[in-house]
Ligand binder design. Structure first.
Ligand code: CA
Length: 206
């Protein structure tokens, strides 16, 4: 029996829908981490007792720009490598400066979080931030302001890695994974917004 064109069209539409559902399910297969936005990183009773990730397994979490540590409750295992990806469209605000996980630089322009204007650094503002950079007051000196930084920390040791939109972290010790927007200490109060990130374990400890 010959299939008519209408039937073929309906079947192809159904198959297309199935593909869409499959693709969406990929995005949600990662386990969702319950972030403690108040606790310090690595302060869990024993980082070895925290849940970790199997090879190829992923987790998602929200990094809040107001939180100094964003303690994930996820264990990073010594010798393992983790891929961290931030959602490019997610933006957060450092006072009135809107940016994504790549953060901002003094010689560029950004949208304002409070009005329909473009922010350009000049005069007192530029001098203030230039001085802060010169004095090393930015929490991670070699990264952009408000760039996403990944942390692997236990009670005695800490490793920090610049993530931006995407980077790998090689854990040289077992600790808790945390992340933060690269701001000046004491200036987290005027931050707003969150960035969603995905963490995938991409190799085993050697
Ligand atoms: Ca700030």
């Amino acid at each position: 029996m010959k299939m008519n064109k209408e039937l073929l069209f309906i079947i192809s539409l159904m198959l297309f829908s199935l593909n869409c559902i499959a693709e969406n399910s990929v995005a949600t297969k990662c386990k969702k981490l319950v972030v403690d936005y108040a606790r310090s990183c690595g302060d869990a009773a024993n980082v070895n007792s925290l849940p970790g990730l199997e090879l190829g397994e992923c987790a998602v979490m929200q990094v809040n720009s107001k939180s100094v540590w964003n303690a994930s409750g996820l264990r990073f295992d010594s010798g393992s490598t983790y891929l961290i990806k931030a959602k490019e469209d997610d933006t957060w605000c450092d006072a009135s400066i809107e940016t994504n996980a790549q953060g901002w630089q003094l010689d560029k322009q950004y949208n304002s979080c409070v009005c329909e204007e473009t922010i350009e650094f000049s005069g007192v503002n530029k001098l203030f931030f230039s001085m802060a950079e010169y004095l090393g007051l930015r929490r991670y000196s070699d990264a952009n302001w408000f760039e996403l930084i990944g942390v692997n920390k236990n009670k005695t040791e800490k490793e920090e890695t610049v993530i931006g939109l995407k980077n790998e972290i090689v854990a040289n010790k077992t600790g808790e994974f945390c992340a933060y927007a690269n701001d000046m200490s004491g200036f987290y109060f005027n931050n707003k917004g969150s960035v969603n990130i995905e963490i995938t374990r991409i190799n085993h400890a050697e």
